[in-house]
Design a protein around this ligand. Sequence first.
Ligand code: NDP
Length: 476
Amino acid sequence: GQAQIGVTGLAVMGRNLARNLARNGLTVAVHNRSPERTRGLVAEHGDEGRFVPTESMADFVAALERPRAVIMMVKAGGPTDAVIDELVPLLDAGDIIVDCGNAHFADTRRREEALRRHDLHFVGTGVSGGEEGALWGPSIMPGGSAESYRKLGPIFERIAAQVDGEPCCRHIGPDGAGHFVKMVHNGIEYADMQLIAEAYDLLRAGLDATPAELAETFRQWNSGELESFLIEITADVLGHTDASTGQAFVDVVLDQAEQKGTGRWTVQSALDLGIPITGIAEATFARSLSGHADQREATRRAFAGTGPAWQVADRDTFVEDVRRALLASKIVAYAQGFDHIRAGSQEYDWNIDLGGTATIWRGGCIIRARFLDRIRQAYDDHPDLPTLLVAPWFADTVRAGVPGWRRVVAEAAQAGVPTPAFASSLSYFDALRANRLPAALIQGLRDNFGAHTYRRVDRDGSFHTIWAGDHHEVEA
Ligand code: NDP
């Protein structure tokens, strides 16, 4: 075979990834279960580079130079296993299967282990950036063996987004590390979007502003510390007018947010690892809540008219308060997301470089932002940073934002505007900085009803109080 790499699964993502590879000078074998997609790709884009179209899996594998590298871009779940089962008997020791679909990292760990027994490399790879990213330069998060990265690295680094001359791709770590990091990326994306949505909702209620006016506010924010792809497209969406009604587009869209499940995976994994990613959890639950139309309708009817009118005292101060609250809450969400990656890395022995991970999110992916340079800097300066919140730039930014953050959350509560992510992020911050937490009382209660014991502030050891008797303390 003469193709340097192959892509099987030519729906929107695979097709664009194959075009990206070909545009970058690689000879790309292409394959899809139903051959119409393969034919369509070559008919429409065959002149963009060197494609080797194939219609059977055997021909596809035969078209590849050895060791072979096969990228799979098929539907996650059962279809991924089905395609792997089809490929394995056709491959030889040392060949590489790259799964660029949105697999759960636990599935990737299972598949990697199974294929290792066949002397095959299985490289679960997170790809972010949607169809445009796949075509013009995504953020690429490969897991798998270091050996496989020696072949894949130069290819992936060439087709990835580039920021300041650096590719948005690096080897994340063994087996499921790439898909794990992609999962957390998506969780952070949920939090980012929820925070932006809350900022919009607050500004709209507090200022009685139109979406078009708020588009301008977001456009201005995009030239400062908040500069990011999501803020940029927020301005775009808010500024858009619906053609059929002439109303603001955002007002004709049904207010029930959907999800494909990566936010849920992130929260489930964080629960398993014991990492409080409250921002991502609130964002995920906020989407669920929005979809409970019956409950919303019943509750809206039961409590109609109880919201007080809201008049902010000073418009400019309020806008600046919301901006600072958004930035501070965003810092919390990222601090939590990076804690989650660190915990996953420890649990699964992945040795993930946190600063490096921030580096490859600066371009190509949905959460790309100026701010990620700061995160890289923070972890490069202090790899053992206990939390991003205490890195100098972040600490200064949060400190400067706290008064506005508190005012916004308090005013929102007074006015009855829901701010689950703003409010819980502020609580997270206040909990971390508290001298004492009421966790002491929780421990007392657990000891009282279940003899679960507690530790003391003044002595080592575990203790239990005889609650049912004379309340004397015994060493447990
Ligand atoms: P889809 O997730 O819609 O998957 C369609 C592709 O899977 C088609 O090529 C289809 O082949 C193939 N397929 C489905 N079932 C089987 C099967 N049993 N055997 C063989 N092939 C099968 O396509 P997308 O391009 O949207 O996404 C591809 C992957 O990339 C998914 O895992 C997705 O989660 C992930 N991803 C998607 C992003 C996006 O923005 N869309 C972003 C990042 C990752 P056929 O044409 O024959 O039906």
